[in-house]
Design a protein around this ligand. Sequence first.
Ligand code: COA
Ligand code: AMP
Length: 633
Amino acid sequence: MNKIIEIHRRSIENPSEFWAEAAEGIDWDSRWDKVLDDSNPPIYRWFSGGRLNTCHNALDRHVANGRGDQAAIIYDSPVTGSQRTISYTELRDEVALFAGALVKNGVKQGDRVIIYMPMIPEAVVAVLACARIGAVHSVVFGGFAPNELATRIDDATPKAIVSASCGIEPSRIVEYKPLLDQALDLAKHKPKCCIILQRAQLEAELVPPHDIDWQDAVASATPQDCVPVSATDPLYLLYTSGTTGQPKGIVRDNGGHAVALHWTMKNIYGVEPGEVYWAASDIGWVVGHSYIIYGPLLHGNTTILFEGKPVGTPDAGAFWRVASEHKVATLFTAPTAFRAIRQQDPNGDFIPKYDLSSLRALFLAGERCDPDTLHWAEEKLGIPVIDHWWQTETGWSIAANCLGIELAPVKPGSVGRAAPGWEVRALDEGGKDVAPGDVGAIACKLPLPPGTLPGLWNAEDRFRSSYLETFPGYYETGDAGFIDEDGYIFVMSRTDDVINVAGHRLSTGAIEEVLASHEDVAECAVIGAADPMKGQLPVGFLVLKAGAEHDPEEIVADVVQMVRDQVGPVAVFKKAVVVDRLPKTRSGKVLRATMRKIADSEEYKVPATIEDPQVLGEVESALKTLGYAGTGK
Ligand code: COA
Ligand code: AMP
């Protein structure tokens, strides 16, 4: 491991030199004044004074350098039975034209544009068109309900929204337009227009002049050139769950982001320009932003845009079909996808049906990877399986086995050592390092490397209080875990009320807000209980008002539907139970962590501050009725 240890040491001892070298991989319109601007700690900026355009770096320069005919995107859509290959030249031209459509509809540099679209090439076109003209995109995942979209509309105050008539889930067609219209009704902010792509599977009813058909918008548009922006200007906002119902608008800059992502392609993932890279995620998540769109395109790779699922489209061999058909070199997905595949194909019988000789590595992230799933994937695929750890906030991995530098031994259950640029510690409550192997709060020494969040959109105080104040001089990740004697990091759980459902990060607070709004609910709590397939699933506890109007079963059915309608199907909120009271401390804090341990049949200590220990027995009985707490389901 000497090579990676040496590179990591250099990145920490002299970050400016290290990242200035990496910045040579990017085209700059004008170079930076300072690589690391540390004039205002604990807020840091990378490449301040520099100017560049991210879209130029992702498209135009590759065309200029002879990659014009190479596939930029391979769109593979089992749900529509279609495929399309788009070359770098074609993608540049489509992006330049759609940028023209945005400009014609009043979008200027610095304006926000919300993109609410399924996994189709036009979503990537819209994202890159924003980057081309210096507008700030904010992609909202299609599985969120109108209420969540409305919250983001009000926070980002977009000039325009780009959407499609529908998304396609294996079981149903998701009509986007009514969801969008509901969100616009709920939101206080009114964007100037909505540009809607009509898909053949279902056409939306458009109401002009506010709704504009994508085809009409581009028909009269003039292609736009790339606009150089400051390295520190925002490229995008991506909302993620915090502890409250109000999501956090993570800001990503242009310069640091381009430098870091370009660097990771070779050094972490070990791919060369021209190779095919596949992140089987969704463009609505950070993995989709970084490794379906920006990373591969900045590096001159071919990216796969897969509109399907690991199972059911049509079977558990879908990943292997795509990997072999398009000669994928590196696959990146969430452990839950592998658990789904394994459940349907426990012996891996689909795998040998395909030629996977091009596939060199599998990367996993998004949630804890249980060693069992890791071993299964290793054994069935016979290639390195690398769990790596990151967050929406960081944009790329905090810890990883850097395949492109040197493959270090894999320790099951660990996300590997800190990646270059990252100094990771496990701290006790007083901010002191805990001993190797002891669990602590995982924090990263400031400054964070390029590509990480410079702040939260319009919320600097929240940025400081959420991440920078608990451990001065550190970024608080919100994850807990331990670091062993060899520097391997084990991420075990969250320290806050964020849960992880099928690799999707959700706030229990947001679900509780919905439950609390039911007319018969006096009090409620939501915990994330372990689930063998999705990692965690939310479970609700309801205390009813005296004289509640409806039966408990009716109320449970109501709240399940309300969460689906107001947070979205992606929350997979299906289980709730009525209890007489919630376990609380004497100061009134609900003991969610203890409730979770009871659900997962883990050992727990009765908290000394508990108001009435008997309530824990009542919680256990309630959980048993749902199939948790030692019932073995
Ligand atoms: N638009 C609308 N609805 C969506 C959606 C979208 N983009 N994505 C998911 N949903 C809906 C699904 O249809 C489902 O609804 P249902 O209750 O009507 O069945 C619900 O949200 C839950 O979806 P999902 O979590 O995808 O569950 P699933 O049972 O359909 O599939 C997996 C299970 C494991 C295959 C799936 O969760 C998966 O592929 N996970 C990988 C996650 C991932 O890539 N994470 C990114 C981090 S790397
Ligand atoms: P998100 O911001 O949605 O990407 O979620 C980030 C969170 O997912 C992290 O803070 C972790 O809690 C969890 N996470 C992501 N990757 C891993 C991993 N490889 N191992 C354990 N937890 C992970």
